[in-house]
Design a protein around this ligand. Structure first.
Ligand SMILES: Cc1cc2nc3c(=O)[nH]c(=O)nc-3n(C[C@H](O)[C@H](O)[C@H](O)COP(=O)(O)OP(=O)(O)OC[C@H]3O[C@@H](n4cnc5c(N)ncnc54)[C@H](O)[C@@H]3O)c2cc1C
Length: 579
């Protein structure tokens, strides 16, 4: 197995040359302390933590897995020590609110750190990103008292956070949840119900776990509008922040699953556990969307991170593996066989991975930078525009990154031939670990439905048209050598907008569901195509970057032809009475 190489050079290229993020940070008071040099140092150190603390226990964590006994979960050997090292160095609160002990780093930077965590150990990364997401939700919607009590120990990594939505009968459709909240006194509630599939729901990494739980109050309206959000700590917390008695929440079991085996996936039973209401009654699902949107981008980064790790393995293996002669005599070595890197089909697989990984990384940073503008810009127009961009592109990032993550790990496995299928080289684990990213945090099908429904048709394409207009503006300023690809992209934008406009007043109730996945995939390509051109035309683009952009347009971009053809069909064949 090759050692993980943190892709710092590519990350710096994006931060400084493609998006000029230090300039953006400098004009926002909340981020003005983040200089380019500091960002580089954070990436450098973050890369080391991932390579030296996360990566070494990825394989052993998979082999040992989490164990459940008598209601207690233990993580695999080495995870407690790794977590302590990670937390004590302050990494859990990297993006957190400074007033409560966080470090306030911009999202345009922290996306890159998250990618490296997932690349090196997705199971361990999940404990950290769920804690960060829970903190963001509390910081955005919690009272001062809740923030003061819970945020500092969570940023310090002394406590972790979870997201408790799913119930046995309610997965995608959260309006059906049955967990109840009975008022006690003093903003305290007794929470009763069962949540399943809770990532990090129980473990031995920290002294406390802070559950963010969706539940219904006695007077709740039916459906999603009747859901409230509660903070329910595993161990109760005194007013001074000290730990008190165990709360009435127990871990009934953990799941035995295909991958991410060192991440505990718990069944949690709440038996009148004491919880605290976050914000106002019945508005919990809206608050939880703060966390879900954070985790959606984050899970997208799992796809990109694992794709990059797998690509690095496949490239190292292909360089050393000698098999068959090169077709081109000029590429033949003096030996009886050549490195498999000389074979066009192996190069097709490797370059596909490279193009997906670097395109995904660029979109992750772009989206992170838009999140920063939406949160911190002092210009209300800029803020609103960025918020629309984030809303539009978050489902694309979650679904497109993770689908490509799956493609890339399988391609990397293929590059290793039979050696990719056996455990030794780690690709078999990568394929198992990345698969969940297409499913949790809202399946990719649900992301596509969110995109076409809430993000495009509901506002009559307003966010989409604004995005297309911005891309067109960029493309009109391209260097002549990239203008041909730019023209192709402009043509696709035009057809995309025409198709969406044609769907706005469609009568077929199944049309949105029929076209959702096509639209999500086309949007993914449009974003990658635009960003490949931005990268390739950047003044400091390397020859390697330009050649990868060319590969992207010759080999991957043509998938848009198929998508555009499919975007003309109606729902008839899908809804035919044959199932
Ligand atoms: C390892 C793991 C970790 C998880 N971690 C957490 C966690 O921390 N917290 C938490 O709350 N949950 C968690 N989950 C739950 C996860 O988010 C859900 O499994 C997921 O959202 C899908 O719900 P479901 O499994 O009930 O599938 P269902 O909702 O039953 O969906 C089944 C299929 O039907 C499709 N479908 C459903 N409705 C529609 C529709 N309207 N239109 C089109 N297609 C539709 C779905 O896309 C899917 O393909 C986790 C799950 C796993 C396996």
């Amino acid at each position: 197995m090759a050692d993980y190489q943190a892709p710092i050079e590519d990350m710096r290229f994006l931060l400084h040359d493609v998006f000029a993020l230090p300039d953006q940070w400098a004009r926002m008071p909340a981020l003005e302390d983040m200089s380019g040099d500091l960002a580089d140092a954070i990436l450098e150190e973050g890369g080391k933590v991932c390579a030296q603390v996360f990566a070494p226990i990825n394989r052993s964590g998979d082999e040992e897995g989490c164990q459940w006994q008598d209601g207690q979960v233990t993580t695999p050997t080495g995870f407690r020590e790794a977590w302590r090292t990670f937390a004590e160095a302050g990494w859990v609160g990297l993006g957190g609110v400074p007033d409560f002990g966080g470090q306030g780093a911009p999202k345009g930077l922290t996306v890159l750190f998250e990618e490296m965590q997932y690349a090196t150990n997705s199971s361990l990364a999940l404990y950290s990103v769920l804690t960060a997401g829970a903190c963001l939700t509390l910081a955005s919607h919690g009272s001062e008292a809740l923030k003061t009590r819970f945020l500092p120990p969570m940023y310090e990594g002394r406590w972790t956070g979870t997201m408790c939505l799913t119930e046995p009968h309610a997965g995608t459709d959260l309006g059906m949840i049955r967990t109840r909240a009975e008022p006690l006194d003093d903003n305290r509630y007794a929470i009763t119900g069962t949540k399943i599939f809770i990532t990090g729901g129980d473990h031995d990494l920290t002294e406390n776990i802070v559950h963010l739980v969706l539940a219904k109050l006695p007077d709740a309206p039916a459906g999603p509008k009747g859901i409230s959000l509660f903070v329910v700590p595993k161990v109760q917390v005194g007013d001074d922040g000290s730990l008190a008695d165990a709360n009435a929440v127990s871990c009934g079991s953990i799941e035995h699953k295909m991958g991410i085996k060192a991440s505990s996936t718990a069944v949690l039973n709440f038996d009148g556990a004491v919880g605290y209401l976050v914000g106002e009654p019945h508005k919990g699902l809206g608050y939880m969307f703060t966390m879900m949107n954070y985790e959606r981008l984050s899970i997208g980064l799992q796809g990109t991170g694992q794709a990059d790790w797998s690509y690095q393995q496949a490239l190292a293996y292909a360089t050393d593996r000698v098999q068959s002669r090169a077709a081109d005599p000029a590429l033949r070595s003096g030996n009886t066989a050549d490195s498999i890197l000389v074979h066009p089909d192996v190069r097709r697989m490797l370059l596909t991975q490279k193009a997906w990984v670097e395109g995904g990384r660029a979109l992750g940073v772009y989206l992170g930078s838009q999140l920063d503008l939406a949160k911190y810009s002092s210009d209300s127009n800029e803020q609103a525009k960025a918020a629309g961009r984030v809303a539009l592109l978050t489902p694309v990032a979650k679904a497109f990154f993770t689908d490509r993550g799956m493609d890339c790990t399988v391609l990397a496995q293929q590059v290793l031939g039979g050696h990719g299928y056996v455990r030794e080289w780690g690709l078999e684990q990568a394929v198992r670990d990345v698969r969940i990213a297409q499913i949790y945090e809202g399946t990719n099908g649900i992301q596509a439905m969110d995109l076409i429904g809430r993000k495009v048709l509901q506002n009559r394409g307003e966010w989409l048209h604004a995005f297309c207009a911005d891309m067109r503006k960029d493309l009109s300023a391209l260097d002549a050598c990239w203008a041909g690809h730019g023209d192709q992209l402009v043509q696709v934008l035009q057809t995309l907008e025409e198709r969406v406009d044609a769907w706005l007043d469609a009568k077929d109730p199944n049309l949105a569901g029929t076209q959702a996945y096509n639209l999500m995939e086309l949007m993914g390509h449009v974003c990658y195509g635009w960003l490949w051109l931005r990268m390739a035309s950047s003044k400091s683009a390397s020859a390697e970057k330009k050649a990868t952009a060319e590969f992207y347009f010759q080999w991957l971009w043509p998938q848009t032809d198929t998508l555009l053809r499919r975007m003309r069909v109606g729902s008839e064949s899908l809804m035919a009475d044959i199932l």
